[in-house]
Design a protein around this ligand. Structure first.
Ligand code: SF4
Length: 339
């Protein structure tokens, strides 16, 4: 899977480092002082991840918990994300990580205890202000894809078990639920799955598990009692999108009882200008480029506003018609409060 593993000197003896290295006994390793001394120092094309991928193990420095942008999650509450990895083993063709770090190499930070301390500080402060803070894992990676290898989930599970007033979102496109299955379900730890119609997953979510595999994972975790969130995001328009989403909603609700459903968020595909250029160069034949996209109010490339509203309201109506509680439907509008 990896060509070479770079390890920061200070964490050579860390048990998390040893655990990861035991998984790859035959891969060449190199000791470095700091991840940033080597990672992305020479620009590496995004698609090189298909052939040669390096792994970096280090400690996250600087701000460990960051405020999430507006419209990141359920509105009205503070949202934060924390970073324990850079980059992803999957290859969604709309991914904003394209070119973001100037390297697709994977970085895993292993100082989870420090990250947890910071989360606890922020969560306690917000709780004392009468708020319910949300923390999102995996802003720059997938939260579960490598969780069997990285082994950090029990650490965050223990923390959030002590902080029932704060919520943790673990967002994924994977079907890698082994680690979660071993943990006691908690009302405030929500596993969220990004879903698209099966053909869109095949065309756009390259190297990710199929819709069928993701639905099976949802069913399994719901049965075990884990709260589940669903992201229909990004919605990529085509002439049949309405019937495709009707089918996707039916398939999802067939395996996910309403009692286990925390929320469903819906958002249409959008790109920053830089990512859009990356998509054009990396995936010139992608259906993403054939759509009617415009540069909109905040400089992002997306469908025009009437089209966005129409797509979102169509999917919202499909959900309401299937008796999904309106309070559980969240539309990622970015420029509007409601629809
Ligand atoms: S799963 Fe998320 S982080 Fe990974 S490639 Fe897809 S969009 Fe990017």
């Amino acid at each position: 899977m990896f060509e070479k593993i770079f390890i920061e000197r200070d964490i050579l003896e860390h048990q998390q480092t040893k655990k990861i290295l035991r998984t790859f006994p035959n891969i060449e390793t190199q000791v470095i002082e700091k991840v940033e001394d080597v990672f992305a120092r020479v620009k590496k094309p995004y698609l090189q991840k298909r052939d040669t991928l390096n792994l970096f193990l280090g400690q996250k420095k600087g701000q460990l918990v960051k405020e999430a942008p507006d419209a990141y999650g359920i509105s009205g509450e503070p949202h934060y994300y924390f970073i324990h990895a850079y980059n992803c083993i999957y290859e969604c063709n709309y991914c904003y990580l394209q070119g973001y770090f100037h390297s697709p190499d994977l970085v895993l930070f292993i100082n989870h205890e420090e990250i947890c301390e910071e989360i606890e500080k922020v969560a306690t402060r917000d709780y004392q202000l009468g708020k319910t803070p949300w923390f999102h894992a995996g802003e720059f990676s997938d939260s579960l894809a490598l969780s069997h290898l990285t082994g950090e989930l029990p650490i965050y599970h223990e923390l959030f078990s002590r902080l029932p007033f704060a919520k943790l979102e673990l967002r994924t496109k994977s079907a890698n639920i082994k680690e979660i299955e071993n943990l006691t379900p908690k009302d405030n730890i929500i596993i969220t799955f990004s879903l698209s119609p099966a053909d869109k997953i095949k065309n756009n979510d390259l190297k990710t598990p199929s819709l069928k595999a993701r639905l099976k994972s949802i069913e399994r975790l719901a049965k075990l009692g884990h709260p589940i969130g669903i992201h229909f995001d990004p919605v990529v328009y085509d002439d049949d999108f309405s019937s495709k989403y009707a089918q996707l909603i039916d398939e999802t609700l067939a395996v996910l009882p309403m009692s286990s459903l925390e929320y469903i968020s819906v958002g249409v595909v959008r790109f920053t200008k830089d990512v859009y250029h990356q998509v054009q160069s990396n995936y010139p034949k992608s259906e993403l480029l054939s759509s009617e996209l415009i540069k909109s109010f905040d400089g992002k490339i997306r469908y025009n506003r009437p089209m966005r509203l129409w797509i979102l309201s169509t999917i919202k109506d499909l959900l309401l018609n299937r008796k999904v509680d309106e309070s559980k439907i969240y539309l990622c509008m970015e420029d509007e409060d409601s629809i």
